[in-house]
Design a protein around this ligand. Structure first.
Ligand code: IP8
Length: 271
């Protein structure tokens, strides 16, 4: 059969939807349906020409992964069912996000990270990105998520959506990253624990590196380290000169504005 010729596509934007945005974080398997539906509307309205969506685990993936210690790698056979359940929890969450996008006629297509990625000691080692790039070329919106994945040294691992975002940004040479989180951006300290924390509107990679010791883990049940994990994971993408915007996706209109190129929240660049 003749291969369909694809015209050059613009550089994609990566939008990360944090688990604490699309789910209720302290209540197991609780969706934030209103946020998911509103975000689908904002994504539809922004109508960007090339987009990849990655979402986090929230109260779906994290509690199950923690219960079976999936992030610690294979220790005994009782964890095997836990790996399946962790992945299953993520596919359930993903189905809700994907459904709400498709309901707005956004051509979202799920790509299971556990089927295209093998990590080595928790870091992405092998990734088959061709289905993803091909879908992008055809005008689809690939949607991925943090997942339980096979790991060549530890049996299995938890791959955070943030590590995935950073790697995709580098491998696909994306235009920019938008991190939709549940706070207004990056602070000088954890704003939930420290009321004097100050919001940073614009920082460079060098300033970020200095700041990282001040950013505390935001939630003990988050096996991938909350805000600290996010920031550390974005460093390779920033080194690659991909700019990052951190926006509060719980506030209506912010994701739309960020997709349209407005600076809301924190803007981070290599500098
Ligand atoms: O919420 C972790 O993804 P994250 C996904 O982006 C699982 O850290 C399976 C816990």
């Amino acid at each position: 059969m003749e291969e369909k010729t694809i015209t050059q596509v613009p550089k994609p934007i990566i939008l990360k939807l944090g688990g604490s945005v699309i789910s209720i974080k302290n209540k197991s398997f609780a969706l934030n349906k209103r946020a998911i539906m509103r975000l689908a509307k904002e994504i539809e309205r922004a109508d960007v020409s090339s987009l990849i969506i990655v979402h986090g685990g929230g109260s779906f993936g994290h509690p199950v992964a923690k219960q079976y210690k999936i992030d610690e790698g294979y220790k005994d056979s009782s964890q095997i069912i836990g790996f399946s359940k962790t992945h299953q929890a993520m596919t359930i969450l993903n189905k809700h996000v994907t459904d709400s996008l498709i309901n707005r006629k956004i051509p979202a297509v799920e790509i299971q990270p556990s089927s295209i990625i093998i990590t080595r000691s928790g870091r992405i080692h092998i990734m088959e990105e061709r289905p993803l790039t091909r879908l992008l070329e055809l005008g689809f919106i690939p949607i991925l998520y943090g997942d339980a994945v096979p790991d060549s040294s530890n049996g299995f691992a938890i791959l955070s959506g943030d590590q995935l975002v950073s790697q995709l940004a580098i491998r696909l040479n994306v235009d920019r990253i938008i991190m939709g989180v549940d706070v207004d951006g990056l602070y000088t300290a954890d704003p939930k624990a420290c009321p004097s924390a100050r919001l940073l509107q614009h920082i460079t990679l060098q300033q970020l590196k200095k700041l990282r010791k001040n950013i505390e883990k935001t939630n003990a049940t988050d096996v991938t380290g909350g805000m600290l994990g996010k920031i550390l994971e974005l460093i390779p993408a920033l080194e690659h000169r991909v700019n990052v915007r951190i926006v509060n996706a719980l506030k209506p209109g912010n994701v739309y504005r960020a997709l349209k190129g407005e600076v809301v929240g924190t803007f981070i660049e290599k500098g």
